[in-house]
Design a protein around this ligand. Structure first.
Ligand SMILES: CC(C)(COP(=O)(O)OP(=O)(O)OC[C@H]1O[C@@H](n2cnc3c(N)ncnc32)[C@H](O)[C@@H]1OP(=O)(O)O)[C@@H](O)C(=O)NCCC(=O)NCCS
Length: 144
């Protein structure tokens, strides 16, 4: 499998494709969309995409916060899940966080994704809380 991860510019065609993929997976099932305000805020964020034979199959967004990097909007295309692409994307995100001088990486994990993050050595921090109407929990990993 020839998966390549890279960073893309906010507003680029690849970013627009990534927004469509994550909107399909994360928002449409909830009956919502990324608002223009949310997408505008992403100007300050780091955009990650994964290409499998030039097809965009994975994406995530990194948000620098003090000594940490927050990872959000993590998705892999449904048809090719459970083949390790999500875990490879975690490693790529951790590399980018290190390059930005961060010592921690964290996310707000959906309850359905907790096992995925545990498998990638993230630890649960604190109690579950609702976000977008779904139970989430903070999960983090020391990277430096
Ligand atoms: C979470 C997600 C990115 C993992 O991607 P992936 O390419 O399947 O990840 P990997 O192949 O590296 O790891 C798969 C592991 O994730 C977990 N997993 C399996 N199905 C899952 C699902 N529907 N949702 C979350 N985690 C799942 C399992 O532990 C699985 O291990 P297994 O294959 O040994 O059973 C992908 O399932 C996804 O896009 N889910 C929907 C969006 C989502 O929930 N994103 C996270 C928001 S916090």
């Amino acid at each position: 499998m020839n998966i390549e991860f890279k960073l893309v510019a906010h507003g680029s065609e690849e970013w627009k494709s990534a927004v469509r993929l994550r909107e399909e997976i994360l928002r449409k099932p909830l009956g919502s969309y990324f608002t223009p305000e949310e997408l505008e805020e992403e100007k300050d964020h780091i955009q990650v995409i994964g290409l499998l034979d030039n097809e965009l199959v994975a994406t995530s967004v990194l948000v620098p916060e003090n000594h940490s990097m927050k990872m959000q909007r993590v998705v892999v295309k449904e048809e090719i899940r459970s083949s390790g692409i999500g875990s490879e994307m975690m490693l790529f995100c951790e590399e980018i966080a290190l390059e930005h001088g961060k010592s921690h990486i964290f996310c707000h994990a959906r309850d359905t994704a907790v096992n995925f993050y545990l498998k990638n050595n993230y630890l649960i921090e604190g109690a579950y809380f609702p976000e977008d109407g779904i139970p989430h929990v903070k999960m983090s990993k020391v990277i430096a």
